[in-house]
Write a protein that binds this ligand. Sequence first.
Ligand code: NAI
Ligand code: MG
Length: 333
Amino acid sequence: MHKICVIEGDGIGKEVVPATIQVLEATGLPFEFVYAEAGDEVYKRTGKALPEETIETALDCDAVLFGAAGETAADVIVKLRHILDTYANIRPVKAYKGVKCLRPDIDYVIVRENTEGLYKGIEAEIDEGITIATRVITEKACERIFRFAFNLARERKKMGKEGKVTCAHKANVLKLTDGLFKKIFYKVAEEYDDIKAEDYYIDAMNMYIITKPQVFDVVVTSNLFGDILSDGAAGTVGGLGLAPSANIGDEHGLFEPVHGSAPDIAGKKIANPTATILSAVLMLRYLGEYEAADKVEKALEEVLALGLTTPDLGGNLNTFEMAEEVAKRVREE
Ligand code: NAI
Ligand code: MG
């Protein structure tokens, strides 16, 4: 039995998550879904965006499936990632047939350090009109994120990928913090002589994900750089409606679409469920359900290729109809 903490949250979270549950149920696997609340709505009602019971449920379950929060996102999702100590934020960037992409052969994964960097939240106003933020890079966090990236490259190599990790940083300017980041990268790389290691400056990297995205396999970077790079990368393979993510630590896993609550389309049942379904695919792999994960991904690939999609991709199905097309194929397999 897999016990899953389900947090729909706000806006389109209430549509894309139930649609994804439809697909998960079609796998026939034994799931227990435990529903918990977080986000703007529960904040308005109770004064707490991330209630204590939700934290307890998240800690107690085998994995968390999260939709989106609205304005309270920082208090909900950033906090949850910290509480669960999910230090690796995994964002696959993959071109699917039937989706407008920069190139058909894009298939890499961005691994973003999730616990420190400029998002540590250490800010101060040191004088009137003068504010500062502290960028934290530690050897310990570097080591574990780089090991994670190299292990992932090893896994992908088994499935026919190149076996390469690219580190993106700005060590020429941030001499101390990214100096350490780069140094530890090559130190960890020595333990993986079957995997290639290379590094680029983050600004150049930002160009390369557009000019030569097909050459990347696993890309590892710090928190803020990864946040920016991964939204840009999502744009090269169809946009936010298709971008999944996994937050992984040694004890917990939290899976969520990259997009937010999309108030502009919420309640209309036109949100694309793909990002959340793909996040569920990552969750299935995390739970060791590789066969079911492949089944769902293959079904989704087929649905996208046939154009059986929501309006953002040019189709005329609603969120639940699109998910049902996927679920149907999973059941039939
Ligand atoms: P957003 O991701 O919600 O929306 C950006 C644009 O993409 C909108 O035009 C939206 O309609 C479209 N879009 C997003 N997901 C889509 C989907 N599945 N299918 C079709 N179109 C989709 O980002 P935005 O507008 O910057 O923020 C809206 C709210 O979401 C804010 O309150 C923000 O704080 C919150 N947010 C929450 C996040 C989270 O919970 N992890 C992440 C990002 C934003
Ligand atoms: Mg972001």
